[in-house]
Ligand binder design. Sequence first.
Ligand code: CUA
Length: 165
Amino acid sequence: MTTMKRGTTVYLYELAWILPSIALPVGMLAALTVTAFGAGIHLPTHEGRVVPTKVAETAPFDKPGVVQVASGRYEVSMVAAIWSFTPNEVRVPAGSTVTFTVTSRDVVHGMFIKGANINLMLLPGQIARATARFDTPGEYPLLCHEYCGIAHHTMWARVIVEPRS
Ligand code: CUA
């Protein structure tokens, strides 16, 4: 009787640990699948290399700015350096799809656009690329979110999405 009782207790106790340890990874896998395929959230991939000291001479960073490549499609080449983004203002009409190609000229910076699906780490020597669609007119702050020195908090730019006329 005592043995059976103890046996049952141990089994339930083990089950209380086994079930969550199965449920947790299954839940995480489900969250991963939903965010990757449903919300379109992906890790930014490595898009190429650039010599950090030669960023100013290397295309497309030799001409930082906004270029319209098709109807409703824009390419932005952007350079991050202590403590600014060049260009520091991007203007596009509402409904535009914008691809940002970005690198750092000096230390590790970050690039986060509030309200858009863009969150990049900018490593000197590496090119980062991300695309987002801007449907709602307004001002989207573009911030450095990697601590990069004494004036890190002043390192920001903005995306201005203008209403379609
Ligand atoms: Cu650049 Cu913080």
